[in-house]
Design a protein around this ligand. Structure first.
Ligand code: HDE
Length: 700
């Protein structure tokens, strides 16, 4: 021990928790000995060398040196939350899983992630999002390890390393971070054309979500559900967000990458802290398990295909609410280990060759990432149901198993443990006796896997005009970042097999000749795929209330009215402080950026604050176009909100001339002039459609 403890002994009593985030009242060594100085190492005299015998120093540095574990090879950046899944109790005919029975509530942990970027990369990259859910059911862990896009890039797991090598930064420079806008990615996807359907979704607004709370989730593969009578059905899992599916504008996602790389994880944590608990319904599309695994001509074993909801409606089975942030990022969000093979009785896999390969990968990767075979004992991974696996020893073994005969058959432990069917009299819980085709071993694929374009087209034509324009811009941007003309040309030729106008629009943006026209089918559109045209709840939507210290009298009432309707007001003023007791200014003109707000309430006048002269765009906006002086940072805030189709609310008699002052029209769609008591109604109504899409009409 390095020194005498200064605190009194607890005489064996459990010390009282001393504050958030710390376990005990006293600082101790890892061996539990009290420490009274962690600021100075033990030295031979005040100015002398450090002594090797300072165990506290060595232990502290040793532990620090080993704090990092390898990040996930994909999905390295993630954010998690705890919650509860409540079954609707209507799955009886479909599935025997206990957690789907009436009245069941099951603890869950969810981890959302980007795919390509490193652990420290930005949240808002254009990328697919992981949506992985761990259900701690009383029959063991069920992991639903899905994405926010229902189709995948490849049809066979053996292509996964190729895909990921192409998507990751270039191996020589390690550039670009967390992006698909580079040569190797487009080289691969334009050659390996099964990727075209997924890439189409990735170039859509789905790949730049406004919030993790506003994403759908998909199990992607077809799974099998088995009921009490042993009858099987094929299913596809869907998560439907209560708040609807909404996205960022591409410029916003780029700005956020610099202004707030933690944009999504912050939004999730703040919403949960504020009580705006994110909610999803879990549903399934159901298909007969008739041995064909084909539904309406769609091969259910091909993970590059989805089934339109209009052909097979999503049947809701329960509701998930996330209501608790992780207590510790590393212990929970980083160490959580999902696996598509973590299943419970009543849920089984299909023969999808991508899913089959995943069953190997997710166990294997944990050996390197979590350091050995006992990762299921890490608290976030351990089931709520009892474990009796007869596995022994290994790195990081925490159990002290009883008995002397961890083998079967045995007589020395009385033949224990028994098989579950012996105790319950039921069939074995796992392994549905699915007939398998016999034949010869082959390395090939069925003919149905060779259609690589029709579903990309189906998705594209189902979007609204504004969403299709975004897709075209995204292809033009991404391919514009490629340096190899042959790769650009090849991808444009792939687009010609999806949509003629899209292909020629992208070719034009790239300065390439329009590709030769291809005869295309006209599939029936799936309106469910479009994000636009519906109204949604506004829980947790962020409304920036912008004012200055001289005109704050209406701010408390406006903030209260917005909060009462479930929105999150953020008060933005020239300088910090409190507007009223317990009503602090959340952002100043210096710290606010438009990306954070879904809508703005402008309480004028908003003249340049004393520090405005040093602001970046001071010259541009210090004196508004209409002669009304306006702070340049507020001018930028408003101009960006306007450009990004956001709702802007001004106050009658206070905000006159404000928008003209920054060169904007005050009668454009999504802009309202209201009385103080009309602000919350107006914000709620404007935000229910997410953005004022009509502000910049796009020709169909
Ligand atoms: Fe994954 N994937 N994956 N994946 N995946 C991983 O597992 C892999 C695939 C998905 O938040 C890794 O524990 C292979 C499809 C999510 O911890 C790794 C193949 C889908 C997450 C791995 C796929 C996913 C992962 C990295 C092709 C959507 C994050 C760390 C056969 C249905 C889970 C880890 C979390 C993570 C391998 C394809 C979703 C390396 C080999 C398809 C959401 O095991």
């Amino acid at each position: 021990m390095t020194s005498e403890p200064q605190q009194p002994s607890t005489h064996g009593q459990k010390p009282v928790l001393s504050g958030p985030g710390q376990d005990n009242e006293f600082l101790t060594t890892t061996q539990g000995a009290a420490v009274n100085d962690t600021d100075h190492s033990l030295k031979a005299g005040e100015r002398g060398p450090t002594l090797l015998q300072d165990h506290h120093l060595r232990e502290k540095i040793m532990h620090f040196d080993h704090e990092r574990i390898p990040e996930r090879v994909v999905h390295a950046r993630g954010a998690g939350a705890h919650g509860t899944f409540t079954s609707y109790g209507n799955a009886g005919k479909l599935c025997r899983a206990d957690f789907l029975k009436p009245g069941r509530q099951t603890r869950v942990f969810v981890r959302f992630s980007t795919v390509v970027g490193s652990r420290g990369s930005m949240d808002t990259a254009r990328d697919t999002r992981g949506f992985a859910t761990k259900f701690y059911t009383n029959e063991g862990i069920f992991d639903l390890v899905g994405n926010n896009i229902p189709v995948f890039f490849i049809q066979d797991g053996i292509k996964f390393p190729d895909l990921v090598h192409a998507a990751k930064p270039h191996p020589d420079t390690e550039i670009p971070q967390a992006q698909s806008a580079h040569d190797t990615f487009w080289d691969f996807v334009s050659l390996h054309t099964p990727a075209q359907a997924h890439v189409m979704w990735q170039m859509s607004d789905r790949a730049i979500p406004r919030s993790l709370r506003m994403m759908e989730g998909f199990g992607v593969h077809t799974f099998r559900m088995v009921n009490e009578a042993g009858k099987a059905s094929l299913v596809k899992f869907h998560w439907k967000p209560k708040l609807g599916v909404h996205s960022l504008a591409w410029e916003e996602s780029q700005l956020a990458a610099g202004a707030d790389p933690d944009f999504h994880r912050r939004d999730l944590a703040e919403a949960i802290d504020a009580g705006a608990y994110p909610e999803w319904e879990l549903g399934v599309q159901i298909f007969p398990d008739d041995g064909t695994a084909v539904f309406e001509g769609i091969d259910l074993l091909d993970p590059t295909k989805f089934v339109p909801e209009e052909l097979a409606p999503v049947q809701p089975l329960g509701k998930m609410v996330l209501d608790r942030n992780p207590e510790n990022y590393f212990a929970q969000t980083e160490q959580v280990a999902f696996h598509p093979g973590h299943l419970v009785p009543g849920i089984d896999i299909s023969d999808d060759p991508l899913l089959q390969a995943r069953l190997f990968s997710y166990l294997d990767t944990q050996l390197t990432r979590l350091g050995g075979p006992n990762f299921a004992q890490i608290p976030i991974n351990s089931p709520d149901s009892p474990v009796n696996d007869m596995f022994r020893d290994g790195f990081h073994q925490h159990r002290v198993p009883k008995g002397i005969a961890p083998y079967k058959p045995n007589s020395l432990d009385g033949g224990c443990p028994y098989m579950s069917q012996v105790l319950s009299g039921q069939q074995p819980p796992l392994d549905f006796p699915q007939p398998v085709a016999s034949g010869k071993k082959v390395r090939s694929e069925p003919a149905s896997f060779s259609d690589h374009y029709s579903q990309a087209r189906l998705f594209y034509i189902s979007l609204s005009a504004v969403e299709r324009a975004h897709v075209q811009q995204a292809y033009s941007f991404e391919l514009g970042k490629c340096t190899d003309t042959a790769i650009r040309q090849r991808q444009v030729e792939c687009l010609a097999k999806i949509d003629t106008q899209l292909a020629s629009g992208v070719a034009q943006a790239l300065g390439l000749p329009a590709p030769a026209a291809v005869q295309l089918d006209d599939p029936v559109a799936s309106p469910a795929l479009s994000q636009i045209g519906k109204a949604w709840p506004v829980d947790g939507r962020k409304v920036g209330v912008v004012f200055n210290s001289g005109n704050h009298q209406h701010v408390p009432a406006i903030a209260q009215a917005l909060a009462e309707r479930g929105m999150s007001p953020l008060l933005v003023s020239a300088s910090g402080g409190e507007v009223a007791p317990d009503l602090p200014v959340d952002r100043t003109y210096l710290t606010a950026r438009s990306i954070e707000f879904d809508a703005l309430v402008l309480i004028g006048p908003l003249p340049p604050a004393p520090d405005a002269a040093v602001a970046l765009d001071a010259k541009a906006g210090a004196l508004g176009a209409g002669g009304v002086p306006i702070d340049p940072r507020v001018a930028l805030l408003v101009a960006e909100a306007y450009r990004h189709n956001k709702a802007i609310i001004t106050l009658d008699g206070l905000s006159d001339g404000l928008l003209q002052a920054v060169g904007l029209e005050d009668d454009a769609p999504g802009i309202e002039l209201v009385e103080v008591d009309g602000v919350a109604d107006s914000a709620q109504q404007l935000l229910s459609t997410h953005r004022a899409w009509e502000r910049f009409p796009v020709k169909d």
